[in-house]
Design a protein around this ligand. Structure first.
Ligand SMILES: NC(=O)c1ccc[n+]([C@@H]2O[C@H](COP(=O)([O-])OP(=O)(O)OC[C@H]3O[C@@H](n4cnc5c(N)ncnc54)[C@H](OP(=O)(O)O)[C@@H]3O)[C@@H](O)[C@H]2O)c1
Length: 160
């Protein structure tokens, strides 16, 4: 199985880069190889690699800066996952896409379920929800993970 991994320098991506080789051949593409703000470049890379599975661990993750740069965040968090998923659909492959609990408004008093209605209250959440919708709309087999705060040895997180 050929697995295309985006965001291999990030917190989640760097861990996946270590873990995924147990499942297949991992082709990790960083920003220099495939800039997610460049739709043409994404399509070209997807077509040249022809992965069986795309794992999209890249994203615009600076929640505060997204308020000032929503258009850029949208390109990376919404447009790019949509293109990855469209290309995956074309190839008959699948995509695993990382989303966030920021798609919710945070006012729930019990744990969220996948059936709860999203209601983002900030720019980051809006772009991530748009990304989920774009992936779903592609029609390709997809798994969308709405994780909360992650932590690890790299990057800026509540543990470090
Ligand atoms: N961190 C959390 O607590 C958390 C919580 C919920 C959901 N998530 C989601 O989980 C995913 C991964 O989060 P993370 O914390 O592991 O991210 P991260 O550490 O901030 O890393 C982001 C990754 O995306 C890449 N990237 C950013 N802009 C790019 C572009 N234009 N083209 C190509 N690559 C680009 C970065 O590359 P560079 O190294 O070149 O910048 C980096 O590899 C994201 O979708 C995020 O929304 C994270």
């Amino acid at each position: 199985m050929r697995i295309l991994l985006t965001g291999p320098t990030g917190q989640i991506g760097s861990e996946l880069r270590r873990a995924l080789p147990a499942l297949g051949e991992v082709i990790a593409v960083d920003r220099a190889q495939m800039d997610l703000t460049d739709p043409k470049g994404i399509r070209k890379m997807m077509r040249s690699i022809g992965p069986d599975l795309v794992v999209n661990a890249a994203g615009y993750t600076d929640v505060d800066c997204a308020e000032r740069e929503e258009e850029l965040a949208h390109r990376i968090n919404a447009t790019a996952p949509g293109i990855l998923a469209q290309e995956a659909s074309r190839l008959g492959s699948a995509i695993i896409h990382y989303s966030t609990d920021y798609v919710f408004n945070g006012r729930a008093t019990s744990p969220y379920t996948p059936k709860d209605e999203p209601d983002p209250i900030n720019a980051y959440g809006r772009t991530k929800l748009a990304g989920e919708k774009a992936v779903s709309a592609s029609g390709c087999a997809s798994l969308i993970i709405r994780t909360s705060w992650v932590y690890g040895l790299r990057g800026s997180n509540f543990l470090s």
